[in-house]
Design a protein around this ligand. Structure first.
Ligand SMILES: [Zn+2]
Length: 548
């Protein structure tokens, strides 16, 4: 059990942190004994008998003077290198003079970010930044795009976990890994352009012709596309007048069949625009006119029915839901009217979102949101592979979006070729295989068709994910699984520090996979940890203990 000492202003972010690092903990009580004491800032050291004390603070604390810890530098916005892995620190931090440089180092200054030593029969690790301020930054404003590829929040959890395990303190955890799988994948599709026929000489068509005719030629010369793709694009451009006349097939239509064929049994999630010709609002008034979609959910009722019948989920691709809950309610109702679903999740069109959006979406009755991500790059805006609860809402979970196709391929963003994109995606899949959690991918409705033809990269990604033992979940299923994990309550029954009982409080039946209880340093085993599956409750009395 971890006891946490912190200012009451930090309690909300601490609670959320321990939903993501799901391990037994509580706010410090003087009548209790803890194996680990985690202090955010000053305090609580003298009375405690904890075997391991962790002090996270970016300023001097009383302990520094008592133990004569020498501060090397005071900085902000630094990168710490943790066993060669980069952890950006967004607030203030301090580094120490000492001999611990191999564990956590300031990348540039080469001073130690941590000072560990034995003190009065216990190990004290002094870490030079404010853990929960860092978590707050990640869960609110998020990381700048330059550090998008670093799952910073998950690395903070990993560092804390490693410090506990390395000091041979018993630790159990419910990792973000569904039983029977290695991680979760959410394949999602924002439906912006289900038909080219309903665009007549607007900016979409001008963009289409420019990219299909000219940019494709340039891309051929730069070896970014094949001659076959060039001809497919030119043929599509030539066919366009005939599409308008009804003499040729609308090549953006039929996205449902293309995705069902490619994804097969991996049920994906389609976010659908509720109302046509409505650009919605931004912070300055009306959003740009070309934000308006040329269709509304009502226009693709048949497609929606086919996707739902195939096991896919239909969510709201919101217009103004991010801004106020009344519009949000209206937009959710329109999707509910067509699909009959009561629980509807959201991703905002053009990723419109601000600090108040989570509250607006929760009040509107959204089941979850999946908007938080980057439009210009791929990776971890909130620093995590996990669904999390934004700090100011009661129940709404954010399922962060990690990959959007347009970010990978548009020249104004990353401008990658498909093989280059595949390499980047492999790294993201490596991360989620290692960390657990979920990778959420957004491939737009028209992206398999001319002029994009981003088919090969997506097919390879889905294939790679299948081979890595992922659970393909719709966004609603994934958030249900995270809710199930969040509902776990740990009980210690007083039989000793090594006894933990874990119980799932919300019932999700068999609709989502089970959980695992992970026991580190298990008794009588040389494994780093053992996992035991559970679906309702588990008692790990027999497992825990320091075995090494
Ligand atoms: Zn959109």
């Amino acid at each position: 059990m971890i006891g946490v000492i912190a200012d009451s202003a930090e309690h909300g972010v601490i609670r959320e942190f321990f939903e993501l690092f799901k391990t037994p903990w509580e706010f410090y009580r003087s009548d209790r004994q803890y194996e680990v004491l985690l202090c955010s800032g000053d305090g609580g050291l003298d009375e405690s008998t904890a075997k391991l004390v962790l002090i996270y603070a970016s300023r001097d604390v009383a302990f520094d003077a008592v133990e004569k810890i020498e501060i090397a530098a005071r900085t902000s916005n630094r990168i710490l290198s943790y066993n060669g892995v980069r952890i950006p620190i967004y607030g203030e931090s301090i580094t120490f003079r000492g001999n611990q440089r191999d564990i956590l180092m300031d990348e540039e200054l080469q001073y130690a970010g941590i000072h560990q030593h034995q003190s009065s029969g216990r190990v004290v690790a002094r870490i030079g930044y404010d853990l929960f301020s860092e978590i707050r930054v990640l869960l609110t404003s998020g990381q700048p795009a330059v550090y998008a590829d670093i799952p910073t929040l998950d690395l903070h959890i990993a560092l804390l976990r490693d410090l506990i395990i390395a000091n041979e303190v018993p630790l159990v955890e419910v990792p973000p890994v569904p039983d029977g799988y290695r991680f979760i994948t959410c394949l999602t599709h924002d439906v912006d352009h289900p038909s080219i026929r309903c665009h007549k000489w607007d900016h979409t068509i001008v963009g289409f012709l420019y990219r299909a005719v000219l940019e494709a030629l340039v891309n051929l010369f730069r070896s970014r596309i094949t001659a076959r793709d060039l001809f497919a694009n030119w043929a599509a451009a030539l066919k366009l007048p005939f599409v308008y006349m009804g003499l040729a097939k609308d090549f953006w239509d039929g996205f449902d069949d293309r995705y069902l064929e490619l994804e097969k049994e991996c049920c994906s999630t389609f976010f659908v625009i509720p109302f046509k010709d409505n650009p919605g609002k931004d912070h300055h008034g009306s959003a740009p006119a070309f934000r308006a979609a040329r269709y509304g959910a009502q226009d693709i009722v048949e497609t929606i029915g086919k996707l739902a019948a195939a096991g896919c989920e239909i969510g709201l691709h919101g217009i103004d839901a991010w801004l106020n809950s009344i519009d949000g309610q209206r937009e959710l109702e329109e999707i509910g009217r067509i699909t009959g679903a009561g629980e509807i999740g959201v991703r905002m069109h053009w990723l419109y979102y601000d600090q108040k959006s989570a509250v607006a979406l929760e009040h509107a009755g959204a089941a979850y949101d999946s908007t938080v991500g980057y439009k210009e790059t791929v990776g971890y805006r909130s620093g995590t592979t996990q669904a999390y609860k934004p700090l100011d809402v009661d129940r709404l979970l954010e399922l962060p979006m990690h990959v959007m196709d347009t970010a990978l391929f548009y020249p104004v963003y990353m401008g990658l070729s498909q093989p280059q994109a595949t390499e980047i995606l492999e790294r993201l899949v490596d991360n989620v295989s290692h960390l657990g959690g979920c990778i959420t991918v957004n491939w737009h409705d028209r992206s398999l068709s001319p002029e994009r033809l981003w088919y090969a990269c997506y097919r390879d990604l889905v294939e790679d994910l299948k081979n890595r033992g992922t659970w393909f979940a719709t966004a609603g299923q994934a958030t249900s699984w995270f809710k199930k994990r969040r509902s776990v309550v740990f009980e210690t029954d007083g039989a000793g520090p090594n006894t933990v009982h874990a119980k799932v409080m919300d019932l999700y039946g068999d609709t989502v996979p089970g959980l695992r209880l992970r026991t580190y340093n298990p008794r009588g085993s040389h494994e780093e940890y053992v996992d035991t599956a559970f679906n309702e409750s588990i008692d790990n009395r027999t497992l825990t203990g320091v075995g090494r």
